[in-house]
Design a protein around this ligand. Structure first.
Ligand code: DX5
Ligand code: ZN
Length: 224
């Protein structure tokens, strides 16, 4: 099943509640929240207090993408603030199994994220315990970057491994998703589509979301 996860990083923060509602009216079913620490990625965004406010303004699941070092230190706080899904980067976790377990212990869905330069093979030992794998299709840190086409092969390979080994995780894709790239991503096996600028940068978030989802659904019929 295809789901659209609008990324609030590109939204107008002064009208966040309203913008989330518009994206949800257009078919967005998961709210993607980008947490950046200025160390793992060269940008700063938001923390648990913002998640706590978001929790009050939407019933949709909050998908917290942690682009931070030492995620173990903050997972309990994000869960407490109202996160439903929490994903951590493979590149920062020295004890990835433990960190994923910590997320599950806090009753959140556990995801693992890989940067464009990180091979899917690095996830081989955790694929059976994760609820979703987030494939970055840009180098994390900023919205509005160009989609890296080499990531399509990773998505395809991940879908193949899942089928061969009988796993149940879902495949989320993040970065540079828009009308021009979404069909290829869906055909490769992308299921949860994160989109920031394509939804919030120009025009009406509701119409943008509807259009993107329409293109995505049509592409499911062309999966190879
Ligand atoms: C990038 C973030 C993305 C970002 C995507 O580091 O993880 O979620 O918001 O933005 P767009 O859709 O504009 O590429
Ligand atoms: Zn993200």
């Amino acid at each position: 099943m295809i789901e659209l996860a609008p990324s609030i990083l590109a939204a107008d923060f002064a009208r966040l509640g309203e913008q989330i509602q518009q994206a949800a009216d257009g078919g967005g079913t998961v709210i993607h929240v980008d947490i950046m620490d200025g160390h793992f990625v060269p940008n700063l965004t938001m923390g648990p207090p913002v998640v706590k406010s978001l929790r009050k303004s939407t019933r949709l699941p909050l998908d917290c993408h942690l682009m931070i070092e030492n995620p173990d230190q903050f997972i309990p706080e994000f869960a407490e603030a109202g996160a439903d899904w929490i994903s951590v980067h493979q590149e920062v976790c020295r004890h990835l199994n433990r960190t994923l377990q910590l997320i599950k212990d806090h009753h959140c869905l556990a995801g693992v994220v890989i940067n464009p330069a990180t091979p899917i093979e690095t996830l081989s030992e955790v694929l059976e315990i994760v609820d979703y794998v987030l494939v970055m299709s840009v180098n994390p840190g900023f919205g509005g970057q160009e989609f890296i086409p080499a990531c399509l092969r990773k998505i395809r390979n991940l879908a193949d491994v899942r089928e061969k080994r009988g796993f149940g995780f879902r495949i989320e894709v993040d970065g540079g998703i828009g009308p021009a790239t979404v069909a290829d991503i869906v055909r490769a096996g992308g299921e949860i589509l994160v989109a920031g600028n394509a939804i919030f940068a120009i025009g009406d978030p509701k119409i943008n979301a509807q259009r993107l989802l329409k293109t995505a659904s049509e592409a499911t019929l062309q999966r190879v």
